[in-house]
Design a protein around this ligand. Structure first.
Ligand code: CMX
Length: 438
């Protein structure tokens, strides 16, 4: 058994009694109230999920296993001469709650390498799509096709006991994560490089290998690592995380679950916003004939967007009430590496002009930028200008957090998710009974 799997096994055994005790002894303690506005309003803020992988504080932003993003970037082992840590180290942290040593990360990198070969039929599935298909649809289908490889399915049908479900789920998760850079870069080659694929270099780590397959030199390897780490997890209530958890709760395998979470991520109110930002900025750029707009012109563009009934992509958040620290990490990187980039200047100006406008507009609860406001511009700078592809990058990163969550869901024997629904009339009757109806 690998060091990571052994460590995970120990952590699971330590953790199980805590969950069991909460359920058995304190199962009826009230945590939150399901008000009508929470029920109709997309369950905003309703505390009804549990995960130890990450926690999102509205003011502070995300913590992975208790570590803030600056701490994660500071403390995880990184490649020699590199600025950004190994993605594989983050996976170790998310699974075990411990910062790995350099040797422990090297072992995970090796595990990924051994599992990275993609079966031929997956290339064929990707090739079968018309070349004007949305990249996220292809990505989801390629992952879905891999379901035939699932060890969980084989062992489930062979009668494995519940307590051991996490084990083949872990194997499936590593097998899938190791293949995602190849799937993503192959989709990119098919759609935008006439199928001219660059074969993987198994001497490299996940981020380095992805950059290599995308045909990009340094520091794009660090950009990839940064992207995958920043997008990995955002606690459990967001659409992609919740979808992954929900589908996995029926004991669907990792491939079915991650394919489903990718479909949720593909929506414009979620992950697609990162490419929407670029589309929106290109629209402005075209209007400006390539000239950097003045602050006044930028304000007008923002108002025009709002007045036409559209949202400002990359701004606002369902939970956060401050600038997203994932935005701040990217801004720091951009200030260091691409400060003179024309589009970065647009983004920099948006940071100044959008929040006061959204406040004046008076709708959004959070006027500050989220992760998606910055992601596309860095990709664009390094030559990945096909912005329809950006959400695939988000998806590769997000799979790291969701697979870690699903492994723990299985380890802690979380049951099938099955909330109860009511009719509108029932809600009206509840209001009447509360003495509030007319
Ligand atoms: N521009 C304009 N209006 C906005 C807005 C924005 N960026 N953000 C929120 N609003 C509006 C909402 O549309 C809503 O309008 P109505 O009252 O007319 O329906 C109102 O403000 C209240 O919304 P909210 O409670 O502040 O935000 P929600 O929790 O409903 O939605 C989010 C959150 C992210 C979907 C929303 O802020 C948004 O649409 N942002 C732009 C898209 C985006 O950047 N999405 C990416 C989020 C991060 C991610 O998951 O990747």
């Amino acid at each position: 058994m690998s060091n990571l799997k052994q460590k995970l096994h120990e952590k699971i055994n330590e953790h199980r009694p805590r969950t069991l005790k909460l359920m058995k002894e304190f199962g009826d303690v009230v945590v939150d109230e399901a008000t009508i506005s929470k029920i109709i309003g997309g369950m905003r803020g309703l505390k009804c999920l549990v995960t130890d992988i990450s926690y999102l504080d509205p003011q502070e932003g995300i913590r992975y296993r208790g570590y803030t993003l600056p701490e994660v970037f500071e403390q995880l082992p990184r490649p020699e001469g590199g600025e950004i840590p190994y993605v594989e180290g983050l996976f170790y942290l998310l699974l075990t709650g411990e910062i790995p040593t350099a040797e422990e990360v090297e072992e995970v990198i090796d595990e990924f390498r051994k599992r990275s070969i993609l079966p031929l039929y997956v290339y064929e599935v990707i090739d079968a799509f018309p070349s004007n298909s949305p990249p996220m649809a292809i990505f989801s289908a390629a992952i879905l096709a891999l379901s035939r490889e699932s060890l969980f399915n084989k062992q489930y049908h062979a009668g494995i006991p519940k307590q051991d479900y996490w084990d083949p789920t872990y194997e499936d998760a590593l097998n899938l994560l190791a293949k995602l850079p190849e799937i993503g870069s192959y989709i990119y080659a098919k759609l935008y490089r006439d199928g001219q694929r660059i074969k993987q270099n198994t001497d490299l780590d996940m981020g380095g290998n992805f950059a290599h397959m995308m045909g990009q030199d340094a520091p794009y390897d660090d950009v990839s690592r940064m992207y995958f780490i920043l997008h990995a997890d955002h606690e459990s209530g967001n659409v992609s995380a919740h979808t992954g958890h929900l589908v996995a709760s029926s004991l669907s395998d990792i491939y079915l679950s991650i394919s489903a979470m990718i479909n949720g991520l593909a929506g414009p109110l979620h992950g697609l916003a990162n490419q929407e930002v670029l589309r929106w900025l290109q629209d402005l750029r075209n209007k400006m004939d390539g000239k950097v707009p003045s602050e006044e012109e930028m304000k007008q563009f923002v108002w025009d967007t709002l007045n036409s009934g559209q949202v400002i992509p990359g701004f606002g958040h369902a939970v956060l009430r401050k600038t997203d620290p994932r935005y701040s990490v990217q801004r720091e990187f951009a200030l260091k590496h691409i400060k003179q980039d024309e589009l970065f200047q647009y983004v920099d100006m948006l940071y100044k002009v959008v929040p006061p406008i959204l406040k004046e507009h008076g709708h959004a609860k959070n006027p500050w930028p989220n992760v998606d406001a910055h992601s596309g511009v860095i990709q664009w700078h390094y030559g990945i200008t096909e912005y329809d592809f950006y959400t695939v990058l988000f998806g590769i990163g997000r799979a790291i957090g969701i697979t870690a969550n699903i492994i723990w869901d299985r380890a802690l024997l979380y049951p099938l998710e099955r909330p109860k629904s009511l009719t509108t009339e029932m809600l009206e009757n509840i209001v009447m009974k509360a003495g509030k109806g007319a």
